[in-house]
Design a binder for this molecule. Structure first.
Ligand SMILES: [Zn+2]
Length: 716
């Protein structure tokens, strides 16, 4: 939009207001040339006398663009003119919040005269039409909509085009892969020129197929006595798994018995090869190389016969990581199009399950020669690979670009620290821009040596960091012992208020009954366990409000007994709390007890059954019998008399929970004894059935003796 030029054009003005009282806004239009381009003007005026010279809004459209100017605010916007098509919101409307019907909207917003509508048709109609010209503003809003989406599509297209170009450019600048060299190298170094001699014995003869030369021979492995036998081809006896020599080409191969071999057998390895890319960049290429050994058989009368054997080396490049100075890492992936059967390179990975994974693998030696003169000349990749073996150099170099200190860390031998960083675990870094390793990692300066001697071990590092944060100075032995027990900083800080670090360590060693630094896995796990128990014990003591300066509390004779006692104390406290809360929350259980007892109480010479007296009793019942009846849903239900919890007990052991019954009117919902089991199920079920019949009779107002006779007849 040529905003300045448009602002220079005087307003069209409203010549006459409308007398219809519904009309709120009137649109006036014009087509004018601005900078040699046709512009459509729509000015919206309020339908009042004093508002006819300056419009509320001026909407301007060209064929490919639009903009709206609000004179009052002196502001341009790219908002579309229909702001809310459901509520009939138009950009010039004052917000009233009322819902306007379509009909009303047409009456409130009109064009000045027929010529204005004609101008609109002329300007917009060639490309779009609207259904109802009463809603004339739709010409404008549809046009605006298409301008916006065309612009979006154009941007998207430009972006895709740029991506495609960049991908092509990368492909063109990537050096050729030394394919044959790679295959030879892989055969030599990873497949050890492995060949197979597949054999089938037949008496003194063996049929042998060689994967190297593909030949099949019959050779005698057992000496014969006949005259002819001395002219027959000889070989040693084939034994599966042993190596032998092919009678035809002399290659050494491993014997495999035919029939035990699948028709093909393959092995794959992965490697990284780094090459110079453009001026100072690098491309790391992730390649899979496979060797396949095959045998071919034909069917003869006596079953499958060896016919041919062969081996095949093949390679496929899976991914490329491109590094350039000042640019983020770009990884391209090799994909296969199943529709046209072609392979192609793409600049993004596949989604979900088919995601192409780049794993740790050896890095080919040529990579380091190629690194000379690139941004990675001093990256320390070579030293890192030497220390770790299989790595993902793409991750390493990406991290190196972000954190160049990795070079020093690697060269100092802090391998485990670098491994963490390569895995993107940056939590261990304290000062990201520091150059000295002790500052970078946040440890005391004198501990750098120790850390280096332990190859950057993360447990040691964590203790060293703790030492610095707690402003301590520990000996090497202390640090190693602390790394062994793996205590957290919170625990150590707490215990340091009571005793020195050496005393803690001695105490733990004494409780565990073993020494530090034995390298014995039993001792290590015992020390760890004891340390956890001890720190746990201390914090429970503290939580219960004991004075830990008292050495009796600090150093209990028997740690596990003391720990158990603390756990019990805390559990009991929590249980009491639960009981109290339940009693407050479900008070009706206690209040209703009398009336419920009248209804449900029964006893004979063996059992007593009655409702639970209180919420506490229900909880206790659930706890003793280890079933779920103490839960809130039962308590709530009983509290509201929706279902009632009854306790059934031996008459002579009335205080000991035995069976819990949930009942609703005269119907048992469920009954259970300990551990959700039904003890003595036959007898108890019968007893409860009888009890229910009694309840029903009682409810129906039957006399006791009538009930008895009914029961007797039911039993008979
Ligand atoms: Zn051979």
């Amino acid at each position: 939009m040529k905003k300045k030029a448009i602002e220079m054009i005087p307003y069209l003005k409203l010549k006459k207001t409308s007398r219809k009282k519904d009309v709120r806004y009137i649109g006036v239009t014009a087509v004018k040339k601005v900078a040699e381009e046709k512009h459509f003007f729509l000015e919206i005026y309020k339908n009042t006398k004093n508002a006819s010279t300056v419009p509320v809004a001026r909407l301007v459209c060209t064929q490919k663009d639009f903009g709206t100017y609000f004179p009052e605010r002196n502001e341009w916007t790219r908002q579309k003119c229909e702001t809310d098509s459901y509520k009939g919101g138009l950009i010039w409307n004052e917000k009233t919040g009322e819902r306007t019907t379509s009909d009303k909207l047409e009456k409130q917003n009109i064009l000045y005269d027929e010529k204005d509508l004609e101008r609109m048709r002329d300007f917009f109609k060639p490309s779009r039409s609207i259904w109802n010209e009463g809603r004339w503003w739709e010409y404008v809003s549809k046009h605006q909509q298409s301008v916006v989406s065309n612009a979006r599509m154009a941007t998207e297209k430009r972006k895709n085009e740029r991506r495609r170009q960049a991908l092509k450019e990368r492909e063109q600048n990537t050096l050729k892969l030394p394919e044959q060299e790679l295959l030879d190298m892989a055969d030599e170094r990873y497949f050890y020129h492995k060949h197979f001699l597949i054999y089938k014995k037949k008496g003194c003869f063996a049929k042998i197929a060689c994967t190297k030369c593909g030949g099949v021979t019959d050779a005698r492995w057992k000496g014969g006595e006949s005259y002819e036998s001395q002219f027959q081809r000889r070989t040693q006896e084939p034994v599966a798994g042993k190596s032998g020599t092919c009678p035809l080409c002399g290659a050494v191969g491993e014997y495999k018995c035919q029939g035990k071999v699948k028709s093909s057998y393959a092995k794959s390895i992965y490697i990284f090869l780094g090459q110079k890319y453009k001026e100072t960049g690098m491309v790391l290429r992730y390649i899979q190389i496979s060797k396949e050994w095959q045998i071919e058989e034909i069917c003869e009368n006596g079953g499958p016969e060896l016919f041919n054997a062969l081996e095949k080396l093949s390679g496929v490049e899976i991914a490329r990581g491109y590094f350039e100075e000042g640019k983020p890492l770009q990884i391209d992936f090799h994909k296969h199009n199943p529709y046209d059967g072609k392979d192609f390179w793409d600049d993004c990975n596949l989604y979900g399950m088919n995601n192409i994974k780049i794993s740790d693998a050896p890095v080919l030696y040529q990579t380091y020669t190629e690194m000379q003169g690139t941004i990675f000349q001093y990256s320390g990749l070579k030293e890192y690979v030497a220390a770790v073996g299989y790595v993902n150099p793409i991750s390493y170099l990406e991290r190196y670009q972000q954190t160049p200190q990795i070079e020093i860390l690697t060269k100092l031998g802090l391998v485990d620290v670098v491994k963490e960083l390569v895995r993107c675990r940056y939590g261990i870094v304290v000062s990201q821009y520091a150059n000295r390793p002790d500052e970078f990692l946040g440890i005391n300066k004198d501990k750098a040596k120790l850390l280096i001697s332990r190859k950057g071990n993360i447990d040691i590092l964590n203790v060293c960091k703790m030492e610095k944060r707690l402003e301590q100075h520990w000996t090497i032995d202390q640090i190693e012992a602390l790394a062994e027990i793996g205590a957290s900083q919170g625990n150590i800080a707490q215990v340091l208020e009571l005793m020195t670090i050496q005393k803690v360590l001695n105490l733990i060693s004494k409780y565990a009954g073993c020494e530090y630094g034995t390298n014995c896995s039993n001792a290590i796990s015992r020390l760890k366990h004891v340390a956890t128990t001890y720190f746990d014990y201390l914090s429970m003591r503290k939580q219960r409000g004991y004075d830990l300066r008292n050495t009796v509390y600090q150093r209990p004779k028997d740690l596990s007994v003391a720990h158990k006692k603390m756990t019990d104390e805390i559990n009991k406290e929590q249980q009491d709390k639960r009981m109290q809360e339940a009693a407050e929350k479900y008070p009706m259980i206690r209040k209703n007890y009398r009336s419920l007892r009248n209804r449900y109480f029964y006893e004979d010479d063996r059992f007593t059954i009655r409702p639970a007296r209180s919420a506490e009793e229900i909880i206790q019942e659930g706890r003793t019998l280890h079933h779920c009846v103490g839960g809130d849903s039962y308590l709530k239900s009983h509290n509201e008399k929706k279902s009632i919890i009854l306790v059934m007990r031996y008459k002579d052991q009335q205080e000991i929970p035995y069976i819990t019954v949930e009942i609703q009117d005269e119907r048992i919902i469920q009954w259970y004894g300990a551990q959700d089991k039904k003890p003595d199920i036959k007898d108890n079920q019968k007893w409860l059935d009888t009890y229910i019949v009694r309840l029903k009779c009682k409810k129906d107002g039957m006399f006791e003796d009538a009930a008895e006779s009914l029961l007797a007849s039911a039993a008979g």
